[in-house]
Design a binder for this molecule. Sequence first.
Ligand code: ADP
Length: 267
Amino acid sequence: GMDVHLRVRVAPLGNRFMLVLAADRTEELRLAGVRRDFVANVSHELKTPIGAVSVLAEAIEAAAEDPDRVRSFAQRMQVEADRLGRMTKALIDLSRIQSDDPLDHAERVPIGRVVEVAVDRNRVLADSKRMRVIPRVLDEVDVLGSEDLITMAVQNLVANALQYSPEATHVGVGVRVTDGVVEISVTDKGVGIAHDDLERVFERFYRVDPARSRVTGGTGLGLSIVKHVASSHGGEVTLWSRPGQGSTFTLRLPVAGPTATAPKEIA
Ligand code: ADP
């Protein structure tokens, strides 16, 4: 875990790529434009699995005499239904983040626990690819906001790191604090992301390789959720990547100040 973390930190920029997404006004305006295309995108994205379910239902009817084919069509139908379920959940999560300011009812969120839960929720995926996720929490700190959302963001980054990496490689999750900001970085040794795609991967439904994403069952929404969680908590997400070598996604969030202690009662 340590060498993964260090190598990324000391790497000179050179032919590597780095992108910083700041939560400024320009970004907000751009998002408003993206939102206008949202309904069109959603219906387009839902059409594919719904169409598949419908075609498979017809195929099952036509193959009724052949149990093997019926079983195979039914399994594929289940895959599409699962995908629809994941997409619906991701869409609901996204709209919840947009309509709700997590800082309105902020709680103290211990980042150590966030990482632990996020890694744990990816255990099945990691095991299925014979991969290990290695957390390195250097600083134990709290962030103000929604534990649910921050966990979801880290969980998505870890899931992607596992998804877009070859089997039996390792994923590192580092936590460290600098200047009142906690950096949660997720590093993989996977396929990486080309320069031209760096900015686009944070857009809804954007995938570098749509065919592959269909196979892995991705929703194309994970990173847009991460980006919204970051900006709604006053933070940012940055991406470093080198095609063929791997990627590091870093979520930066402001650290919560010390807890105000209740004034002592005078006896
Ligand atoms: P998806 O459901 O397709 O994974 P995301 O929004 O999470 O949707 O990611 C968008 C796209 O960004 C992915 O389809 C993939 O092409 C690319 N991507 C995300 N994370 C990684 C990673 N760790 N390594 C390489 N490519 C990635």
